[in-house]
Design a protein around this ligand. Structure first.
Ligand code: ATP
Ligand code: MG
Length: 363
């Protein structure tokens, strides 16, 4: 039986509560004989600051590098609001992204039939929605230099951010999108703004060339990022995989998120380069540490459990197990089991632990 090494970094707030449910599900898969899952757990974020004075220790980073996948909960909270920028809880996650080279952020937007009414759109526009936003995560305008605010001679201040992309950066993110599409509905939409940005011209050019040379069997459409935002709220089901840069991806993935209902439902994967046949990867819910509901057994663990399903699929190659877990989530929701965030009025909500138990029952 294949063996997989997983590092659990539960973090702060509801992070440990939802990570515990994912661990229960993982243990179930182990008992069911799908693999040997060796888990280690370490601190990250505020919890690591309290214990070690830094949001991520070198030891934890070493464990992350040695693991086949990292399952990350959430970090931060009011307790650490005053700590210096360089050692704030979020810096732990940024360090992991940087040191693991996690350049591809995958955010699925799946609309479960039972929750279609909770969407920001009309139910018929989102029922059956299953799209994947692939966002470039380590380049672009959030990181380009120069990045500064300077005071001019006339006393005005001028802010500069710089958007930079190289062919290599564009190729590797586009390849992730094309590979994913082949396992889905075989369609990629590439979003940029070549009409007003040089980086858009290069983006479109590189994606077009990579497609012609290696992925001609995949459907490819180029779309201006602003039009893509409009299409996402007009008719989101036209898309399968949307690939885009860091800034546009930040915005488009949040738009896609609200098509599906609660933050508590949204998983994500961040993938790095392939080294020695394995791809570095970190899986985390899209939501934060939600200090307002921490410690109340009220958090929805499905974003975290869905992130585990992505780990099964993308890091361990266990797509049958991933399908099974996704189906268990769908059936659990169809059966009416709801945490408070998705319960609506007049429905009895279950707690975090009960939702995890319900998923395991369905499995
Ligand atoms: P961060 O800055 O870490 O992203 P945030 O303030 O943007 O945090 P969250 O911590 O994600 O946002 O919480 C936003 C709101 O959504 C909160 O009111 C929280 O209670 C709710 N929420 C977030 N995640 C969940 C969840 N898993 N289950 C239920 N409610 C949630
Ligand atoms: Mg947030």
């Amino acid at each position: 039986m294949a063996s997989y090494k997983i590092l659990l970094l539960p973090g702060d707030g509801i992070g440990p509560e939802v990570a515990h449910e994912a661990e229960k599900v993982l243990a179930w898969f182990g008992r069911a004989g799908l693999g040997t899952f060796e888990t280690e757990t370490d601190l990250v974020g505020g919890a690591a600051i309290d214990a070690h004075g830094v949001p991520l220790t070198e030891a934890a980073l070493g464990l992350a590098k040695a693991a086949d996948a990292v399952l990350f909960g959430a970090v931060g909270g009011p307790k650490w609001a005053g700590v210096p920028y360089a050692v704030r809880p979020e810096a732990g996650l940024l360090r992991l992204r940087k040191d693991l080279g996690l350049f591809a952020n995958l955010r699925p937007a799946i609309c479960y039939p039972a929750l279609a009414a909770a969407s920001s759109l009309k139910p018929e526009l989102v029922e059956g929605l299953d799209l994947m936003i692939v966002r470039e995560l380590t380049g672009g305008v959030y990181f380009g230099e120069p990045k500064e605010i300077v005071t001019l001679e006339d006393g005005q201040r001028r802010a500069v951010d710089t958007q930079i992309y190289t062919t290599g950066e564009i190729e590797r993110i586009a390849a992730v999108a094309f590979d994913l599409a082949r396992k889905r509905r075989n369609k990629v939409a590439s979003a940029e703004k070549h009409n007003v940005m040089k980086s858009g011209v290069l983006w479109k050019d590189v994606v077009t060339r990579l497609h012609a040379e290696h992925y001609a069997d995949v459907g490819l459409e180029h779309v201006l990022a602003d039009n893509c935002a409009m299409q996402l709220v007009r008719n989101p089901k036209q898309y399968d995989v949307v690939v885009t840069d860091n800034l546009f991806g930040d915005i488009l993935s949040d738009v896609a998120a609200m098509l599906t209902g609660s933050l508590g439902m949204l998983p994500s994967a961040s993938l790095g380069a392939v080294e020695n046949g394995t791809r570095r990867a970190l899986y985390e819910p899209v939501h934060g540490s939600a200090p307002d509901i921490a410690g109340q057994n009220a958090a929805n663990p499905l974003a975290m459990i869905g992130s585990l399903a992505m780990a099964l699929r993308y890091s361990f190659g266990l797509s049958d197990a991933a399908d099974r877990l996704d189906a268990a989530i769908t059936r659990t929701l169809a059966g009416g089991t709801r945490t408070r965030d998705i319960a609506g009025t007049g429905v009895n909500a279950v707690g975090t632990g009960e939702m995890g138990d319900a998923i395991i029952r369905e499995l």
